[in-house]
Design a protein around this ligand. Structure first.
Ligand code: NAP
Length: 253
C-alpha cells in the first residue's frame, strides 16, 4: 500500500479485529497516514505477527488480545491505548461473526445471541469503555456490510445485525456530537477469510461481481481508503452517515 498523505499525524487509532483482512488494512492505512495504531484480535500470535508487520512498515503500533465479547479484554484494549498514547482519536469497530448459513426461522437461540453480541452489542460496550478517552475531534467508524441493505442467502440474520449498525451509527452520532463524529462503512464483497465461503466458489463469485457496476469485488485497500477519509479532518463535517464501498451494488433499504 503506497500512501503519501500524512493527514492523521499525531492521532491515535484503536482498531478491533485487525490482525488480517479489512481490519489490518485499515490499521495499516491509518498508520501510514501518521496515526499510532492499537491493533487487536482473539489470538496473541496473530496480534504479535500483525504488530511486527506494521512496525516493519515504519508504523507506530502496539497490540492487545481482545475478543470483542470479553469485557476484561475490551478494557485491556482501551487501557493499552491509553497507557501507551494517553488518549484515543479514532476507534474502528470492525469485528463480526457469521457462524451459520441457517435461515432465520431455523436459527438456534444461541446463534441469534452470538450474532447480536459480537456484531452489535460489543461495539456499544467497547464505545462505553472508550468514550472517556476520546478527544475533541475524534472519529468513530463502524464496519457494517452491503448485506445490511441486501441480506444475501446464507447471510440473512448476519445482514440484519449489519442493518442495525446503520441505526446505531445515527443514534450514536447524536449522542456523541459535537466532540466525536460517528460514521459507518458498508463494504461490498471482499475476498478475505471471512468471505471465502462465497468468494472461492466461482459461480457465487461471478454472481457477486456481476451485481456491481464496476464488475469486480472490493479490496481491503478500498475499505481502508474510506476509513482513512472518515477518520481524517477532511471528513470534519460528516457524521451519522454510512459510506457504501461496494462498486455500485444496490444499497437501499
Ligand atoms: P477476516 O479477513 O476474516 O478477518 C477477521 C479478523 O477478525 C481477524 O483478524 C480475526 O483474528 C479477527 N476476529 C475474528 N473474530 C473476532 C472477535 N470475536 N473478536 C475480535 N477479533 C476477531 O474478516 P474481514 O472480511 O476483514 O471482516 C472484517 C469486517 O468486515 C467484519 O465486520 C465483516 O462483517 C465486514 N465485512 C466483510 C466483507 C467481506 O466481503 N469480507 C463484506 C462486508 C463487511 P483472530 O482470529 O486472531 O481473532
Amino acid at each position: 500500500m503506497e500512501v503519501k498523505c500524512r493527514r492523521l499525524e499525531g492521532k491515535v487509532a484503536v482498531v478491533t479485529a485487525s490482525t488480517q483482512g479489512i481490519g489490518l488494512a485499515i490499521a495499516e492505512r491509518l498508520g501510514l497516514e501518521g496515526a499510532a495504531v492499537v491493533i487487536s484480535s482473539r489470538k496473541q500470535k496473530n496480534v504479535d505477527e500483525a504488530v511486527e508487520g506494521l512496525k516493519a512498515k515504519g508504523i507506530t503500533a502496539v497490540g492487545a488480545v481482545c475478543h470483542v465479547s470479553n469485557a476484561q479484554q475490551r478494557k485491556d484494549l482501551i487501557d493499552t491505548a491509553v497507557k501507551n498514547f494517553g488518549h484515543i482519536d479514532i476507534l474502528v469497530s470492525n469485528a463480526a461473526a457469521n457462524p451459520t448459513v441457517d435461515s432465520i426461522l431455523e436459527m438456534k437461540e444461541a446463534v441469534l445471541d452470538k450474532l447480536w453480541d459480537i456484531n452489535v452489542k460489543a461495539s456499544i460496550l467497547l464505545l462505553q469503555e472508550a468514550a472517556p478517552h476520546l478527544r475533541k475531534g475524534s472519529s468513530v467508524i463502524i464496519i457494517s456490510s452491503i448485506t445490511g441493505y441486501n441480506p444475501e442467502q446464507g447471510l440473512t440474520m448476519y445482514g440484519v445485525t449489519k442493518t442495525a449498525l446503520f441505526g446505531l451509527t445515527k443514534a450514536l452520532a447524536g449522542e456523541m456530537g459535537p466532540n466525536t463524529r460517528v460514521n459507518c462503512i458498508a463494504p461490498g464483497f471482499v475476498p478475505t477469510r471471512f468471505a471465502s465461503f462465497l468468494t472461492t466458489n466461482e459461480t457465487i463469485r461471478k454472481e457477486l461481481t456481476d451485481k456491481t457496476a464496476l464488475k469486480r469485488l472490493g479490496s481491503v485497500e478500498d475499505m481502508a481508503a474510506a476509513a482513512a477519509f472518515l477518520a481524517s479532518d477532511d471528513a470534519s463535517f460528516i457524521t451519522a452517515e454510512t459510506i457504501v464501498v461496494a462498486g455500485g451494488m444496490q444499497s437501499r433499504l
